[in-house]
Design a protein around this ligand. Structure first.
Ligand SMILES: *[C@@H]1O[C@H](CO)[C@@H](O)[C@H](O)[C@H]1NC(C)=O
Ligand SMILES: *[C@@H]1O[C@H](CO)[C@@H](O)[C@H](O)[C@H]1NC(C)=O
Ligand SMILES: *[C@@H]1O[C@H](CO)[C@@H](O)[C@H](O)[C@H]1NC(C)=O
Length: 456
């Protein structure tokens, strides 16, 4: 008796699992979306070193996402040489003679993907969660690479194999890995658009294209197509924040801000499409951040950055020096970042491993959307709770612009900050460098004078 109850229960749970899994799996084609499952929890992440421990999967599984989105650097496929000033292979300084990053072989990439795919945490996530994704530079095959990279056709096949893309999928035949999905029943649909910011990207500093013309044509039809309650645009690199404007001469990060014309085109397309409920998710930078831009469409455009699964700026220095990283993050000026009481750190960035969590409360009126960055234990470290109503253009012409010289948070670009504010990190850096050099010179002078004294 007990046994047949158990068997019945097992059969029931198998049936339920199939019933739950099927609509999600099939909703990518819009035809069967009628009976598709309502989606209310989506997780996302980026920057996962396959050779490092990845304990964060437990927190992601506890969040119980129906969908998980990879936003790139899903593996570190390229080879990174250590920083070397001297020796046979020098990777920095004016006398540098070898590149710091080189592509690895197809077999090596494959074995790195296998490492991630067989990671116990990630395998467990795959059991109950639909996993989709795009790439960034390190899984594309080479740090900071764009359209010139000649391993891209192979890399595309390897990523799509990793994501279990069907062999006959059109995504395997196009140039680049961009794609879209529609989840959920009519009127409660979530559209997920995943961009490819690598395959067609012009060189950095060119102010050329990121998406390339075929992807632009596709994106236009996606955004101008059937409406959805929410539209999540996944971009490996940040869309709203332009950190390079303040880290300027010292170093530059990759982001849409580095291609101002292309960024304008993206915002204009969203505004022209009259599509409500659009927001961005991104990765790449090795810290978490939520930014908001109010002057692109008739409603606030959010960009939730979760980076990374293993890679994090505070981990790049020994733990006792973490306070320096936090201090620099706090000192970095920003015009777009969402500040508030919901931040773990004063800076409202988070430099330890993290993932993104999106929760939709479909029963609330109006429907609310909670966008969070969570830590390795699943606790929110950055959080915004907004509603579908707030993500709607209030009226035609609600799009506001600012006069030159005027400052408005979430509207003024970083490049319009007063010179001294915009460059305070650089000023601090050069002051610290000058002090270091002066101290060194002082010590050398003292040592020389002392030895002269001794010799006399
Ligand atoms: C990945 O982790 C391994 C093991 O901890 C480490 O040796 C390697 O340098 C890491 N790679 C990157 C790109 O951080
Ligand atoms: C972002 O910063 C870079 C570097 O300062 C600058 O060239 C670019 O115009 C900025 N982009 C935007 C959209 O402000
Ligand atoms: C956002 O906050 C409102 C009220 O403060 C709450 O009712 C709603 O459930 C929250 N949304 C989510 C997704 O948690």
């Amino acid at each position: 008796m007990g046994r047949s109850v158990l068997e019945l229960w097992l059969l029931w749970s198998v049936v339920m699992r199939v019933m739950i899994a099927l609509p999600i799996a099939y909703s990518a084609s819009s035809t069967s979306s009628q009976e598709a499952l309502l989606v209310s929890r989506i997780a996302f992440g980026s920057c996962a070193n396959q050779s490092a421990p990845q304990p964060i999967w437990n927190a992601i599984i506890d969040f119980d996402p129906q969908i998980f989105i990879w936003l790139g650097d899903n593996i570190y496929g390229d080879v990174r040489r250590p920083f070397k000033l001297f020796g046979k292979e020098r990777t920095i300084g004016p006398w540098k003679n070898v590149p710091r990053f080189i592509p690895s072989s197809e077999r090596e990439m494959q074995s790195r993907y296998k490492k991630t795919k067989t990671n116990p945490g990630y395998s467990r996530l795959l059991e109950n969660t639909k996993v989709i994704g795009t790439w960034d530079d390190h899984d594309y095959g080479l740090n900071d690479a764009g359209k010139e990279f000649n391993g891209k056709i192979t890399s595309q096949r390897l990523l799509l194999d990793f994501l279990d893309e069907p062999q006959d999928s059109p995504r395997r035949k196009q140039a680049g890995v961009y794609t879209s999905y529609t989840f959920g029943p009519v009127d409660r649909q979530i559209k997920v658009i995943l961009l490819d910011t690598r395959y067609h990207r012009d060189p950095l500093f060119s102010d050329g294209s990121i998406l390339g013309s075929s992807q632009w044509t596709w994106l236009e039809s996606e955004l101008k197509g059937p409406a959805s309650a929410l539209t999540i645009i996944g971009s490996s690199i940040q869309v709203i924040s332009n950190l390079s404007a303040i880290t300027g001469p010292i170093f530059y990060l990759e982001c849409w801000g580095r291609f101002p014309k292309e960024r304008e085109r993206l915002f204009k397309l969203i505004a022209d499409s009259k599509r409500d409920g659009v927001f961005f998710i991104s990765g790449d930078v090795h810290f978490g951040e939520i930014t908001r831009y109010d002057c692109a469409t008739g409603y606030p455009l959010f960009d939730i950055t979760a980076s990374g699964i293993t890679q994090a700026v505070e981990k790049a220095v020994p733990p006792p020096l973490n306070f320096i990283v936090r201090f620099v993050a706090w000192l970095a000026p920003t015009t777009m970042r969402v500040m508030g009481q919901h931040c773990r750190r004063k800076s409202c960035t988070y430099g330890q491993p993290n993932f993104g969590a999106i929760e939709i409360d479909w029963d609330a009126t109006p429907v609310t959307v909670k966008m969070e960055v969570r830590d390795v234990n699943g606790f929110p470290v950055l959080s915004v709770n907004t509603s579908l109503l707030e993500l709607q253009a209030q009226s035609v012409g609600a799009l506001y612009s600012i006069k030159p010289g005027e400052y408005r948070k979430h509207c003024s670009l970083e490049v319009t900050l007063p010179w001294i504010v915009r460059h305070r990190l650089a000023i601090l850096f050069f002051c610290a460098l000058a002090m270091l050099l002066l101290t060194l010179a002082g010590l050398t002078f003292t040592a020389i004078s002392a030895s002269v004294l001794v010799l006399i």
